[in-house]
Design a protein around this ligand. Sequence first.
Ligand SMILES: Cc1cc2nc3c(=O)[nH]c(=O)nc-3n(C[C@H](O)[C@H](O)[C@H](O)COP(=O)(O)O)c2cc1C
Length: 371
Amino acid sequence: MVHILELPDFKPHCKVTIADVVLDLSYTYAVESGVISIEQLSRTLFAAQGCTAKTWGKCLRASPSAGATYPLQAYVETRLVEGLQHGVYQYVSPSPFKHLLEQISNKLPEGLGSFTVYFEENFEKTTGVYGRRGYMYVREELGHAVQSIILESSALNLAAKVRYVESSSTRVSCYVDIGLRGVRLQEKSFPVSSLPDPRPPSLCLEEAISIRRSVRKYSQAPVSSQEVSSILLWSLAGEPRPYPPLDGGYRINCYLVTRFVDGLRPGVYKYEPTTHRLESIGAGDYTRKLADACLSQEWVARAALNIILCTPSTEDLAAEIEAGMVGQNLYLSATSLGLGTVAVGAFFDDEVASVLGVSERPLYVFPIGRQ
Ligand SMILES: Cc1cc2nc3c(=O)[nH]c(=O)nc-3n(C[C@H](O)[C@H](O)[C@H](O)COP(=O)(O)O)c2cc1C
């Protein structure tokens, strides 16, 4: 008989915002074993894969998914969770803000910390709709889910470590070990920059997680350079960045195509995360060309700006996961400011690269606008 354990319903606790969390990230602490509450475990899982709304009988989850195909299944190995037998459990969130665990083994799993979250990728769910492009989408989704765990575990004052595993040239996965905070391994430093200081978020992190949706309709009002600076700061800036390096390094470059941003001329910019600066690499409105490269998706054309994530390497699978991690930060930063965005993965790679004037592989386009 399957042992089922209902988890406490998810209700946002407003303790911290994304602006607070990026200063005190779980992955910058050593992970120690110690007893963790079911509440902490369930919030962490919810942030990755919890159901936040139901449309047409289908759950939409806390992390986005290409065409809502949801190829990821979350599992948790528990070692030291209060009131929960150690073992391996499957995570299920069948309706908005409700979730449960189904036990699949009661062996004591080896590993670091109090529990470990990992994902099984059912590629066929996504490749069945999108063909070969679907492999990239699934890896990007893995990045979204892992980063949501990093942010939520930070909000809960826990420590986390992401183990990136390459089991073959095509199969990669991530395990996230979570536990109590030990010594701080890295101090976060933010660069001093000419970009405006961030605007305080209007929502806390858990509110942003629970209401995040893909937004494709934008008013034609401009976005301010302070809002752009906030989004970039919380998504990418500083040393180390607001997401963990996979396999020891970062692989993503970030570009902006601006149209209606107060204080920034329309053009193409390269963003430098270490110094939090924008370098102009082309003047003029390139938005229509970018939208054409994105299969004429109108939200790209109507956005105040588009953020484009690229990698210099053509084959690097870790870069695709990293793009998802940055993507989750972009979604939650925009949501926290009351702005809208949507992950766009459908585009002609060479055309997007030519709009930017770079010889890199584009991985994601994020239109951003006022709702
Ligand atoms: C890898 C990936 C690629 C996506 N590509 C597109 C896209 O090209 N165009 C689009 O409108 N939405 C795209 N989306 C957004 C999904 O359609 C959206 O996440 C899904 O419908 C679930 O809705 P939600 O994000 O509101 O929860 C993409 C999402 C992901 C994760």
